[in-house]
Design a protein around this ligand. Sequence first.
Ligand SMILES: Nc1nc2c(ncn2[C@@H]2O[C@H](COP(=O)(O)OP(=O)(O)O)[C@@H](O)[C@H]2O)c(=O)[nH]1
Ligand SMILES: [Mg+2]
Length: 706
Amino acid sequence: MFFMPLSIYDIPSDIGKTLSDLRKAAKKKQADIAKSLNVAQSHVSRIEKGKVTPTGQELEEYVKAIGTEEAQYYLKFLKPWEILKRPSFRNPQRDNLWKAETSLKELQKLISEDAPDFLIRQAEMYDRRVREEAEYLTSLEHSIAFTGPVGVGKTTAICKLTGLLIPQEKQIIRQSVLAVGTGRTTVCEVGIRGGEKFGIRIKPQSLDEINKLVEDLYNNNNHDSEENPPEIISLEVQRLLFNMAGLNGKAFADLVQKHENLDTLRLNFLEMLNLQERTREEICFEANSNQIEIEWLKETFKQINYGNHKEFSVPQRVDIIVPSDFFNSSSYELEVIDTRGLDKDGTAVRRDLMECLSDPRALTVLCSRFKDAPSSEIFELINNLIQTGSEKLLKERVIILVLPQNDEAYNATNNAGDPVDSKDEAYSLKCEEIRISLKSLVKEIDVNDIPILFFNAKPDEDNPSDVAKILIEKLDQLRYTCVQRLSSSVDAINILIKNQKEKNAREAYERVSKSLEIFLNNYQNKLLFFGSVHQKTLIPEMRKTHSGTLRAAIRRNGKLDKFDVYFLLGNGSRSVAWNATMSIFHELKGILKNLSGDDLIKEYAAGLITQILANWDEWHQDFLDYSEQISEQIFKPHLIKSYIWDDCMLMKGSGFRNEVISKFQGWFNAYEQRHLHELLNAQIEKAWQEKVLGKLGNLIGNVTTS
Ligand SMILES: Nc1nc2c(ncn2[C@@H]2O[C@H](COP(=O)(O)OP(=O)(O)O)[C@@H](O)[C@H]2O)c(=O)[nH]1
Ligand SMILES: [Mg+2]
């Protein structure tokens, strides 16, 4: 009997495209390949189009016919990967990943060979780290989120940067495809990504949320100005709902007059919205329409954003797909996010923004107007990151973008009060000014590591591709820091394998573990000191935020996007956890730094030290994340059903804010809530012992956790 051998190649779905790219790079024609393979040219074409999968033998001949080293390398690359997921061939880190795969295989051998305990423990730590770093690098997805006060020119800058422009228009405001204007123009967050065809996709708001919005609308319009100030609701949502219902402000006011209570109004208004017809979530450009693509996109987006498209409901998120150079020219799968602007009426400590900032795959571009850069909202955001132990991300993933308009920069004066000579001088003076104000805030990082860019959207001012280039470079850098971590893990593995039989390796390991043991003995089972979580962020933000916003938040039992009581509570808890552990966190870093000066350790355990450092950072961040989430989980069920919301709503007039604050203080300090504070402290304490100290203990074979 004769069996066909199984293919030794693991063939990916994009093989045709890669082969075609490799062939073109080698300046060969499909006909050349067909001749070498002794097949019809149409067969080659079908392979490249992905309609036929080549056999292993065909693949080898194909590569031989292309005849380049790169093609040979591709063949090697297609051998099955055993441990890691094979990256795409166009992944810039494919070589690093291949090295990681190779050393993981070696490490597996060591682990299975019944090696001594101290080797296995290190091996397992390295194994986990390499897998995590490799996973990060294998994906090419990244996002770039633009954040900043309403009306600073974020959307305009994004349109310029991504090429979302109407070509024949001259005025900035008409050029932009996304709605721009005197601020407050997009109903919700908008994501823009590359694709083959122009299209728009939305995620609609739930019916429950739409009900709440109608209620907001009612409360915004039905107030007696003396006693109850209007609740601040977003103008763009108001506009969208009015348009959807086919009303204007006056007609709505009349409608409010007509109904004696909120419920009848709500039902009547919901009927007018005609939601049963508005169920569409996706729309693509149709080639037969008589519009050009980009104008279609502008018009359709406008209709959806203004509630004038009959088939679409209220969006909570809009995604736009465009075939643009910006998205197609880099090797990443990019998404640009236009976040909802920071409102003077609300808090900067917003869940959506903090999620972007803490996403390891995302860059955040903090935007300000030229004259007040960095604006107070941005400053608050940065300050909050520092207070909650997230300072390091400022260095890795944040960019400051200053948006001068018209002649603003030219009209600036220098330090002697004289007019500047050039725009560049104005930019560099402003840059210095921003750096100085940041220096007063940051402690652990060098402010020069935060890039500061300038961009005036007026034609012939600043070139958007310069900004785009720096953003992509920042992503390259972000990935590069991961490559460095990966390489250092791979090095550590190689050193471990090379020295596994050396006596000195054990000696070096023992020196490290001795120091860690002393450190752990100091802190294991020692209680931390925590402050009150509500005092940290929630109460201070209540003092600062607009009282109309506070009122809207209270009426929604604390769940308002721009003032989310539970998120602020979590943020405070994170801050408390950071304050309680910050010095211990730094202490271990100091110890590790000292150890790395020891000659024996330098030679036999340098990799171990960097690995522990990297883990220490990661465990600590996980612990802070946990502290943030757990306080929401503990307090929310009790707070949400408490009497406090109704009590607060009874308060009228100018003392509203102070009354609310004292009610909240009272609730958190009440005897009935004591067990919640205790539970929270116990949970954070336990997480610190287990998720941080315990893991360090496991590494040195000390498994005594509380
Ligand atoms: N003259 C001028 N106007 C600008 C510039 N950038 C934005 N604008 C205007 O500023 C207003 C707010 O811009 P927009 O992009 O909507 O701000 P966003 O709320 O931050 O997204 C719009 O009227 C824009 O036309 C600029 O560079 N020069
Ligand atoms: Mg905008």
